[in-house]
Design a protein around this ligand. Structure first.
Ligand SMILES: [Mg+2]
Length: 167
């Protein structure tokens, strides 16, 4: 199912970088807003730095991939000193291809992490990446994202049923 993530985490804090590394992944492509920081926070916080630094110190390559604006994404990524793609228009394929190029890795070597099914999971799955869905950091959302959460819930209910069946 193209809308199902390969892994679902209750929180970004449960992301196990060492495990990903052991499983052969060489890089992570990670969403910004509500995945690694609250959507309205412009600079990386303690948690962001801890996760990104852990990945880098484990030898993983990191690229930020966001549908956010040039200013927002550039400022955030520069503070972390990692490559980035802005205005991505996920789930389009081209921004992922751009990220893979920046990281110099093959699709099967990458775990893509994000908080939205119809952008992060769908986009990653289209490229054959290993997709990790995390529960959004904040429920303080507006507009389109808020609207799409209702449809996400339908997908998640099915995903959870499937997971129970396969348990
Ligand atoms: Mg997001």
């Amino acid at each position: 199912m193209i809308l199902f993530p390969d892994m679902y985490l209750n929180s970004i804090d449960d992301l196990n970088i060492k495990e990903l590394k052991q499983r052969g992944f060489k890089a992570i492509i990670i969403d910004i807003d509500n995945t690694i920081i609250e959507w309205n926070v412009r600079v990386p916080d303690e948690r962001t730095r801890r996760i990104i630094n852990e990945a880098l110190s484990e030898g993983m390559r990191v690229c930020l991939l966001s549908n956010g604006t040039k200013d927002r994404v550039t400022e955030f990524a520069k503070a972390l000193n990692v490559p980035y793609v802005y205005n991505a228009g996920k789930p389009r394929k081209s921004p992922y291809k751009k990220a893979l190029k920046l990281l110099d890795v093959k699709p099967e070597e990458v775990a893509a992490i994000g908080d939205q099914i119809f952008t992060d999971v769908l986009g990653g799955n289209r490229l054959g990446l290993y997709t990790i869905l995390v529960r959004p950091i904040s429920t303080n959302e507006t507009g389109w994202t808020r609207f799409m959460r209702r449809f996400e819930k339908l997908v998640l209910d099915r995903y959870n049923k499937n997971a129970l069946r396969n348990f």
